[in-house]
Design a protein around this ligand. Structure first.
Ligand code: GDP
Length: 212
């Protein structure tokens, strides 16, 4: 997929305030500071489309970006910033789950995981919720330029092992660095497949079976 056009469609505080749309949607979410804004800018190649946060946890809006007049990229607020109070976190959580569970045209949610870190309970808890409600997701490990290839791979494997304890569900898994523009074509390829009705897992057909 070539991204020719990316424009802000709406910024909304909750699902009810989001304009209804027939365009298929792909959402991105992750812990605050995981590198989500940087990834959105890297994917669209629009420098400041999503604001890279000087103050982590500040952006609490759902941002909808129309891509090529074909589909919508949904930038969901980051979850779990420590300095946000417990009540705020709960409200935040429900805002996110409301969107993910009830947006009819949402096709898949990419959950971003910081590849520098060992498995974080907050990410596993979030994914457990996705699995519990049968919501389709993919994983993008961010900031891979920060560690050696081997160290990154160790963290990815540790995370996948922990996720495997929760569920045997298969999902796209992509490593990326916004700084180096790594993972861009894999993510766009996966999105193309999802929009075409497939799982978005490399090497799988629309029915989810492996293709040779
Ligand atoms: P968000 O809060 O999830 O939207 O994260 P941001 O995109 O605002 O990034 C948080 C911080 O991580 C910023 O200082 C970014 O410059 C940095 N960052 C994001 N992606 C990368 C990456 O791929 N590599 C490196 N080295 N830093 C990154």
């Amino acid at each position: 997929m070539i991204i020719r056009r990316a424009t802000l469609l709406a910024s909304a505080p909750n699902l009810a305030a989001c304009p209804s749309s027939d365009f298929p949607e792909i959402a991105f979410i992750g812990r605050s500071n995981v590198g989500k804004s940087s990834l959105v800018n890297m994917l669209t190649r629009v420098k400041d489309l999503a604001k890279v946060s000087a103050t982590p946890g500040k952006t609490r809006l759902i941002n909808l970006f129309n891509i090529n007049g074909d589909w919508t990229l949904v930038d969901l607020p980051g979850y779990g910033y420590a300095k946000v109070g417990r009540d705020d976190r709960a409200a935040f959580g429900s805002l996110i789950t409301d969107y993910i569970q009830n947006r009819p045209n949402l096709r898949k949610t990419f959950v971003l995981i910081d590849s520098r870190l060992t498995p974080q309970q907050i990410d596993l808890d979030f994914l457990e919720g996705m699995v519990h409600f049968g919501l389709p997701f993919g994983l993008i490990f961010t900031k891979t330029d920060k560690l050696s290839r081997t160290a990154t791979q160790v963290n990815v494997e540790k995370f996948m092992a922990r996720l495997g304890e929760i569920s045997d569900v298969k999902c796209p898994v992509i490593t990326s660095s916004s700084k180096l523009s790594h993972g861009r074509s894999e993510i766009l390829h996966s999105i193309t497949a999802i929009l075409a009705g497939a799982s978005g897992i490399a090497g799988e057909s629309e029915t989810g079976e492996a293709v040779s």
